[in-house]
Design a protein around this ligand. Structure first.
Ligand code: ADP
Ligand code: ADP
Length: 238
């Protein structure tokens, strides 16, 4: 699947011009890292792609469907194909690892409603498979509030991937993690991209992690793309 963003713009009601016409395409099984200093617009970009924040201009096409033109129902439908992984994990602390992974498939509201019902066996099977991929297959009954930061982020990844998204959007996945765990999480994301043929777009401010793991680097500064190329090219540039 392909994500084509054209001339994306966001001016906040405060007057802050966070995005000044960003063009970006991602597709295939490629991992793209969006780097740039704090305030560059990385988080605004990812949030505008799935309209957690409404862009002020531009288009966001997923396989040719413009998300900016969809009504609420259309958007809800389209978001089923978009896996989101957040900096702060956004997990339900009092639920177990398995329950958190299963909520990814249902959306929070339905998951809470369905909590006391049994889940379809095929959902549970897929959840086990993904927990194995992220190395948490012996922890499915642990409550999330008993886990380390790295384990939580892997639950977040499993919860996004279990939805079988067509694209993964990842906002600063390593900012609360130590360097070794950060490497593990980045490696896991690139493996998922390659093995499941899902393009992964990662916001990250640590340039070294981006260069080591991503296939492609996009540099954002003051809401504009200032660099785009392979990690090797970035190395030559600096
Ligand atoms: P990054 O993720 O690269 O740190 P952000 O997208 O968070 O950048 O921020 C880009 C710019 O938009 C900054 O100038 C920031 O202050 C501004 N900004 C972000 N969120 C808001 C908001 N909710 N209201 C007003 N300005 C915002
Ligand atoms: P339902 O309650 O019918 O499951 P939801 O609106 O809760 O519908 O979720 C529909 C899909 O969109 C789910 O896959 C969910 O994970 C995803 N989703 C819901 N809200 C967001 C959001 N704010 N950002 C990204 N994806 C979302």
């Amino acid at each position: 699947m392909t994500l084509d963003v054209t001339d994306l713009r966001k001016t906040y009601p405060t007057g802050d011009e966070a995005l000044n016409g960003v063009d970006l395409s991602v597709g295939g099984s490629e991992t793209t890292a969006m780097i740039g200093p704090s305030g560059a617009g990385k988080s605004t970009f990812i949030r505008c792609v799935n309209r957690l924040t409404e862009p002020t201009g531009g288009t966001v096409e997923i396989d040719g469907t413009d998300l900016t033109a969809l009504d609420d129902d259309g958007l809800r439908e389209a978001r089923r194909d978009i896996g989101m992984i957040f900096q702060e994990y956004n997990l339900v602390e009092r639920l177990t690892v398995m329950e958190n992974v299963l909520t990814g498939r249902l959306g929070y509201v339905s998951a809470w409603r369905a909590f006391r019902r049994s889940f379809p066996p095929e959902d549970i099977e897929r959840a086990y498979e993904i927990l194995e991929t992220v190395g948490l297959d012996d922890m499915e009954n642990k409550r999330v509030d008993e886990l380390s930061g790295g384990q939580r982020q892997r639950v977040g990844i499993a919860r996004a991937v279990v939805q079988q998204p067509k694209i993964l959007l990842v906002d600063e996945p390593t900012s609360s993690l130590d360097p070794e765990t950060s490497n593990t999480v980045m490696r896991l994301l690139t493996e998922i991209a390659a093995e499941r043929e899902v393009p992964v777009l990662i916001n990250i401010h640590e340039v070294d992690l981006a260069v080591e793991h991503a296939d492609r680097i996009v540099g954002l500064h003051d809401g504009e793309v200032v660099f785009e190329g392979s990690a090797d090219e970035l190395g030559d540039d600096t």
